[in-house]
Ligand binder design. Structure first.
Ligand SMILES: *Cc1c(COP(=O)(O)O)cnc(C)c1O
Length: 396
């Protein structure tokens, strides 16, 4: 058994020592002002990370999937219509959840590797003259394919169509790693989890609701108990939860937001972009291709890498684990066996990324792929060094 870090799965991500310590705390009374001193700053930190002035942040002991459920059940009623693009495993699973809750989903089938088609959203919204569509769903970063979508463009589609539908965004693998603008993009509910960009263990669903989404809770009749944001808001007003909160994780979340804001959000995003560019340079040097079809959709948090026809990409993941104790991500759904994934989000540096690239090379060479050892490492080194030299020049 290997507990070696870094891991290169797209979540859970590496946990910095500072956050492990922050989560490890003595028991406190979770219905006391002391708890409020953890809860409220954590919510405030999340709001800053989302670049929002007014979002109401609700944090549930759950995971990202629970955050989806909180978004749907608080704002919608059975039979309501939802518009969503399906371009990967995570968008697929959110759509499936909508259907299980008795929502009608108009699905825009989108080839995996592409981003959500804002133009199609606009056409459909413009044609929906009776405004039957209550919510538009968009997955900001499709973790299965390593594809980033343009949420600002989805907002423009809603505005161009003059449509009042709410905009719900799955930001589980983007928030805290890639730029996310809750207010500017007019997002109504954003969903994240503790174990990706926030660098914590799994266990928290992190959600943010706009005023419009809070208003929608008044009329929404889907059953909700555990995920009821109104119960939660009442609890928060008394420094408490309607049930027992995950105190240690919340303390960690507060600390994580502090780390992100200390580094500077723009620096965090630039670091993720730089590390991703190095990974992509390596992929190019290996003569392999990404599942993401074009640079404007390349994700800065995860790369899904296509392997040659006839080769089972999952072997890379199993061999990396058994031979070197390193974790990469497998392909999911439609691209299972066709891609392997390198997660490069959260607590990661250029140097840590190089170790993942070097390991992937050894693994692929072991498995008989035509990979020159060091080729991807050198390409990434050029990328990271070039960046450093440019920064030095700019500072001089
Ligand atoms: C990880 C992930 C989820 C699911 O989150 P869980 O915390 O595993 O429930 C949802 N959406 C995206 C885009 C993800 O990356």
């Amino acid at each position: 058994m290997s507990f070696q870090n870094p891991v290169f799965i797209p979540g859970p991500t590496n946990i910095p020592e500072r956050l492990r310590k922050a989560c490890d705390m003595p028991t406190i009374d979770h219905r006391s002002p002391l708890f409020g001193q953890i809860l409220h700053p954590a919510r405030e930190g999340v709001r800053k990370v989302l670049k929002s002035n007014s979002a109401q942040v609700f944090i549930f002991p759950s995971t990202g999937t629970g955050g989806w459920e909180a978004a749907l059940t608080n704002c919608l009623s059975a039979g309501d219509k939802v518009l969503a693009a399906r371009n990967g495993m995570f968008s697929h699973r959110w759509i499936d959840m909508c259907q299980r809750h008795g929502l009608k989903v108009e699905i825009i089938e989108t080839p995996w590797g592409h981003g959500v088609p804002a133009d199609r959203y606009e056409e459909i919204l413009a044609a929906d003259e009776n405004h039957e569509i209550k919510v538009v769903l968009a997955t900001h970063n499709e973790t299965a394919t390593g594809v980033k979508s343009d949420i600002a463009a989805v907002r423009r589609a809603l505005d161009a169509a003059g449509h009042p539908a709410m905009l719900f965004v799955d930001g589980v693998s983007s928030i805290a790693s890639m730029d996310f603008r809750f207010d500017e993009w007019g997002v109504d509910v954003a969903v994240a989890g503790s174990q990706k960009g926030f660098m914590l263990a799994p266990g928290l669903a992190i959600t943010a609701f706009s005023d419009k989404a809070m208003m929608a809770t008044e009329a929404a009749t889907l059953p909700r108990t555990f995920f009821d944001v109104k119960d939660m808001a009442k609890g928060y007003a008394n420094n408490a939860y309607p049930y027992t909160p995950a105190v240690g994780l919340l303390n960690g979340l507060n600390e994580a937001c502090g780390m992100l804001l200390d580094e500077g959000l723009e620096n965090v995003f630039a670091r993720h972009h730089r590390i991703a560019e190095g990974i992509r340079a390596a992929v190019g040097a290996w003569g392999l291709e990404l599942c993401a079809v074009s640079p404007e959709v390349y994700s800065d948090t995860v790369s899904a890498i296509r392997t040659p026809e006839g080769f089972n990409a999952t072997d890379i993941v199993s061999h990396a684990a058994s031979a070197y104790g390193v974790a990469f991500g497998t392909g999911l759904g439609e691209v299972a066996g066709k891609v392997f994934r390198i997660g490069h989000l959260g607590s990661l540096t250029d140097v840590m990324a190089l170790s993942g690239i070097a390991t992937a090379e050894m693994v692929m060479a072991d498995l008989g792929l035509d990979i020159t050892l060091g080729s991807g490492v050198a390409a990434a080194q050029d990328c990271y060094r070039g960046n450093r030299l440019n920064a030095d020049k700019a500072a001089a």
